[in-house]
Design a protein around this ligand. Structure first.
Ligand SMILES: Nc1ncnc2c1ncn2[C@@H]1O[C@H](COP(=O)(O)OP(=O)(O)O)[C@@H](O)[C@H]1O
Ligand SMILES: O=C(OP(=O)(O)O)[C@H](O)COP(=O)(O)O
Length: 593
């Protein structure tokens, strides 16, 4: 039996068709990632007479062309596999939540029970609108009503790894068991967590923990916001209290080679204080000296490796470098949610060399929360995007236009849009190669009826410094030699009015250079507005190192619904993208049938 979901995006119902007569041998994949589902299917393609149920309801796969879909993941032999149902996995998009899936699953399984009693068979899910080579006029069909479909919804998190559901499906499958061949199990595709490891798995083990300790530092190397360090503590404490030796790794900033300014050394005192253990600091992240420090690490000890981005191999996800990192440890825990959208050596590469590779508590918590809140947001849903990582974040806007009702842009992002509209932007931050994209995005927003608001006035400065001369000008009147460093008061008012109607707001990227008091007004005003909305029951999610630092500075972090340690990561999650750092981790263990 092989059952998979095929693009549900533009359809409101689909059919279940019995397409093949084979002996019943059921394998169920409850999947979040079609990629993983396919990976698992591939393992079994070679074995004859294995059929699958693949219920991959949570992954919203947006393959735009054949090259981007799952087809290329199959090798030539697999593409010609005798099992024709494999074709249906080419572009699976599914939108079910666990709750929605239960009745669906029940009906599938009940129906397959009936069908198997009559004639052992194979199932395939085919959209009603599609034509399929495996559809035959005589195939029995069940039409599932559109209420089983919830669109557009996707998931990634651990909350959905409902063991009850896995157990339920397993018991259903037991009732389908035939003597012909045994059934294999129910695989819930959620990720394995550090909490799933037993004390015996951890005692005396060297654990490579990738955290995101990319905290803001001032010119004197003082930590200006320790949110990310605090967020990393529960996993580290759990490991040391179970007698593990923690080898802690992180990046800081975006250094090009070894740069003392980006050393992790300034984090050691705060980290030690929060963990309650004197953290040892290595001057490198690989090599003989590090190996010696690891060898002398006691059970329950913590060794902080130097900034992993001092090696260019980190961002290149160089396998040799990943292997060197991995060679320091016995197992891997990824707790770096803020960096989970990067396929780097310490977030993705190491998983190829370390088993188990599991998620830390922070990663788990972030996915649990964000998945629920942004995959099915209460509306109107607004996103506020600012900050300085224009090239990373401008691309996200296209997807946000699909999800949001209101999109507010601020920070360094806006000048690329102004310039694209023919305005002069002085010496403001501009991504020249994104001008066309900015124009397209403005047109798309209009066509989709999304309220995309750009600031109408800006605070400009004559230099990038806290003591710069400043003035407020309309967005259309930035003189040469001046740069925009904050949004102006009219824009704050317009943004506040727009936010007034919302039920969910996600914010990533400050509205201005809030580190300088003169240019912090716009950011602080938005922070205060979101705090006020939180008090009225609006879901408010703040993501990103600097955005979180900004709300901490204003003293309103506590009242927000969720403070996320990842800005780019939370936006990519919202986009429906696979986060490679999550994807690479071990799947949760199968429930045997
Ligand atoms: N108009 C601007 N010009 C230059 N830098 C800006 C501007 N507005 C905001 N920034 C800077 O953006 C940085 C934060 O950007 P980013 O890293 O994208 O946000 P986050 O860390 O919240 O994800 C801050 O250091 C801030 O000073
Ligand atoms: O600060 C981070 O991301 P964020 O600014 O999107 O929150 C993470 O540490 C990732 O850093 P990167 O965007 O340099 O890969």
């Amino acid at each position: 039996m092989y059952l998979t979901c095929v693009s549900f995006e533009k359809i409101d119902s689909f059919e279940l068709k019995f397409v093949d007569k084979t002996r019943l041998n059921v394998k169920v994949f409850l999947g979040y990632y079609c990629k993983s589902v396919l990976g698992n299917c591939k393992k079994d393609l070679s074995s004859r007479n294995t059929q699958f149920i693949s219920v991959c309801w949570l992954w919203n796969w947006r393959g735009k062309s054949k090259d981007e879909d799952l087809w290329p993941l199959l090798n030539d032999k697999e593409k010609q596999a005798p099992n024709p149902q494999i074709l249906h996995i080419i572009n699976p998009i599914s939108f079910f939540s666990i709750t929605d899936s239960l009745p669906l699953l029940h009906s599938l399984l009940d129906y397959s029970t009936m069908a198997s009693a009559a004639s052992p068979t194979s199932l395939s899910l085919i959209p009603t609108t599609s034509s399929s080579s495996t559809t035959s006029r005589n195939t029995p069909t069940v039409r599932l009503p559109s209420r089983f479909l919830r669109s557009p919804l996707r998931g990634l998190g651990f909350a959905a790894a409902d063991p009850l559901l896995s157990a339920h499906v397993a018991s259903k499958l037991r009732s389908l068991k035939t003597s012909a061949r045994p059934m294999t199990g129910v695989v819930s595709m959620a990720k394995r967590s550090v909490g799933d490891l037993s004390p015996a798995d951890l005692k005396g083990k060297k654990v490579f923990v990738r955290a995101d300790l990319n905290v803001p530092l001032d010119d004197s190397q003082n930590i200006t916001d320790d949110t990310r360090i605090r967020a990393a503590v529960p996993t580290i404490k759990h490991l040391i209290s179970n007698g593990a030796k923690v080898i802690l790794s992180s990046h800081l900033g975006r250094p090009k080679g070894v740069t003392p300014k980006y050393s992790l050394a300034p984090l050691v005192p705060r980290l030690s204080e929060l963990i309650g253990v004197e953290v040892v600091k290595a001057d490198d992240c690989i090599g003989p000296d590090v190996e010696k420090l690891v060898a002398s690490l006691p059970d329950g000890g913590v060794l902080l490796l130097e900034n992993v981005r001092f090696y260019k191999e980190e961002e290149k996800n160089d396998p040799g470098f990943a292997e060197k990192l991995a060679s320091l440890a016995d197992l891997y825990v990824n707790d770096a949610f803020g960096t989970a959208h990067r396929a780097h050596a310490s977030t993705e590469g190491v998983t190829k060399f370390l088993r188990p590779s599991v998620a830390g508590f922070l990663l788990q918590k972030e996915l649990d929360y964000l998945d629920g809140a942004v995959s099915n947001p209460k509306r109107p849903f607004a996103a506020i995007v600012g900050g300085s990582k224009v090239s990373s974040k401008i691309g996200v806007i296209e997807s946000l236009l699909e999800k949001c009702d209101i999109l507010l842009l601020g920070g360094g992002m806006i000048f690329t849009f102004y310039k694209a509209q023919g305005l002069s932007v002085g010496s403001s931050l501009v991504e020249e190669d994104k001008l066309d994209l900015a124009t397209t995005l403005l047109e798309k927003a209009k066509a989709k009826g999304v309220s995309l608001l750009l600031p109408t006035d800006v605070v400009i400065a004559d230099k990038f410094a806290p003591d710069a001369n400043s003035k407020i000008v309309p967005a259309s009147a930035i003189p040469d030699g001046w740069m925009g460093l904050d949004i102006g008061p009219d824009s704050v008012k317009t943004f506040n009015d727009a936010l007034e109607t919302t039920k969910t707001v996600i914010w990533n990227g400050p509205m201005g250079v809030f580190e300088f008091d003169k240019f912090a007004v716009g950011t602080e005003a938005i922070a205060k507005k979101l705090a006020e909305l939180s008090g009225k029951g609006v879901t408010t999610i703040i993501g990103g190192g600097d955005s979180v630092a900004a709300v901490e500075k204003v003293g309103v972090a506590e009242v927000m619904s969720h403070i996320s340690t990842g800005g780019g990561a939370s936006l990519e999650l919202l986009e429906g993208k696979i986060l490679p750092g999550v994807d690479a981790l071990d799947e949760a263990v199968a429930v045997p049938v």
